[in-house]
Design a binder for this molecule. Structure first.
Ligand code: NAD
Length: 424
């Protein structure tokens, strides 16, 4: 008998509600390990912190910050930190749980965690951003550490923010603890290949899925939602492989070009003006039209909950590559399956970032750094092995790739839970 959590009120389509229904779907495939499944339906630990800073104009502002450690049965917590005005405890809980599944799906020796601050960083000066980052790091410093929980970048956080986090933690413990965060600048213990790793993983898993579907990437039409670290890198790699990027959407709007957008021009412009800054290269259309742009592959790489039932009905894609975390709501998942659209789920598709984060952490401990070719070869091997294993599981049980990924991951997590036993 377990009590419901009192501090969240999930709905069917909310991030935590989506995650819970994904776990429910895997229970029939867990055998005797199913008795431990409640472990996955609640976070191990959730910390809410106040982040007060003095603003440039002398006023004091307070922001709400979170660090959630969902599960640590297989190793230290691992997961990014998001700075966004819509961040909530429930969202961070779901993101931390997806990290637990993801690290287990690719068989990295980690559990899952996630953090965030409810703040619009675009409204802060650089100095204010540094203060928010440092105070937040200091507040969550009681639960993070190189052997306990290792943050990384996520939406609106980057290598500079990781450098401030590493420095703040190091100042508080005395010494230089490079292994406390990943996604750091190269000369501070960062890893080659980390910036492009998530987009690269989306490409590697997408290329393999397309091959298995008999889809030729040369000339394939691709629509990408979210043109940041994940979406733009994946788009560039697919374009290099001969695909046409026919639609791109970011927070500024949507641009389409059925002949393929010129990424060499779009990428730099999007960094300063958003994708709508590239008016010369395509047509700016209403945002909802993004979802019915004729395409073969759809890459949601922005935020969760974007692929709704209505949009799942509209899309002409045969393959969906989930660059973002939790972009597809459960009912849309069912619609896509019924329509014969293959979904490579987030928990494997975007696992390239955490895989190279793992390489970074290993390199920090050994103080020996690998070259980029070695990183990419190892990344490709881990992603391909994980995808092939999941594909076999999906074929064996005749289940979607998402449920197969959860089956593989949950078995690893709950087996570790069972072998460790319950304390006390
Ligand atoms: P980012 O901040 O670099 O880019 C986010 C992109 O999404 C931007 O182009 C932004 O304009 C766009 N966007 C934001 N709100 C939007 C909206 N309402 N409609 C359309 N576009 C919108 O972030 P990122 O690192 O590329 O992360 C994107 C997604 O990938 C997130 O779900 C994140 O959790 C996930 N992810 C990131 C990594 C990583 O290594 N960065 C790893 C795994 C998963």
């Amino acid at each position: 008998m377990s009590e419901k959590l009192s501090f969240v009120n999930p709905t069917a389509d909310s991030p935590w509600g989506t995650y819970l229904s994904q776990v429910d779907r895997v229970v029939p495939y867990l055998g005797p390990l199913a008795r431990w499944v409640e472990t996955l339906k609640r976070p191990k630990r959730a910390l809410i912190v106040d982040v007060p800073i003095e603003m440039d104009d002398g006023t004091i502002a307070h922001f709400e910050g979170y660090r959630v450690q969902h599960n640590m049965s297989r190793g230290p917590g691992k997961g990014g930190v998001r700075f966004h005005p819509d961040v909530t405890l429930e969202e961070v809980m779901a993101l931390s749980a997806w990290m637990t599944i993801k690290t287990a799906a690719v068989n990295l020796p980690y559990g899952g965690a996630k953090g965030g601050i409810r703040v619009d960083p675009k409204k802060l000066s650089l100095q204010e951003l540094e203060k928010v980052t440092r105070r937040y790091t200091s507040e969550i410093g009681i639960i993070i550490g190189p052997h306990t929980d290792i943050p990384a970048p996520d939406v609106n956080t980057n290598a500079q923010i990781m450098a401030w986090m590493m420095d703040t933690y190091s100042m508080n413990v005395g010494g230089t603890a490079t292994g406390v965060v990943t996604g750091k600048p190269l000369h501070l213990g960062g890893s080659l290949g980390r910036v492009k790793a998530t987009g690269r993983g989306v490409f590697v898993t997408g290329r393999e899925a397309a091959r298995r579907l008999g889809m030729d990437l040369r000339g394939a039409r691709i629509a990408v939602q979210g043109f940041g670290n994940v979406g733009s890198v994946a788009a560039e790699l697919f374009a290099e492989a001969g695909a046409k990027i026919v639609a791109v959407q970011d927070h500024t709007g949507t641009i389409v070009n059925s002949n393929g957008l010129d990424l060499a021009k779009l990428v730099p412009i999007s960094r300063t003006d958003g994708v709508v800054g590239f008016k010369a290269g395509g047509d700016i259309v209403p945002n909802e039209d993004f979802w019915n742009t004729p395409c073969d592959i759809l890459i949601p790489a922005a935020l969760e909950g974007q692929l709704t039932a209505e949009r799942a009905q509209k899309t002409t894609a045969k393959l969906v590559l989930e660059g973002a975390n939790g972009p597809t709501v459960p009912i849309a998942d069912d619609i896509l399956a019924e329509r014969g659209v293959l979904v490579v789920p987030d928990v494997i598709c975007n696992a390239g970032g955490v895989t190279v984060s793992y390489f970074e952490w290993v390199q920090d401990f050994s103080s020996f750094f690998w070259d980029e070719d070695e990183i990419n070869v190892r990344l490709d091997r881990i992603m391909m092995n994980a995808l092939n294993h999941i594909w076999d599981t999906s074929d064996k049980h005749k289940i979607t790739l998402r449920t197969a990924t959860y089956a593989v991951a949950c078995e690893r997590i709950l087996m570790a839970r069972q072998e460790r036993g319950l304390y006390p």
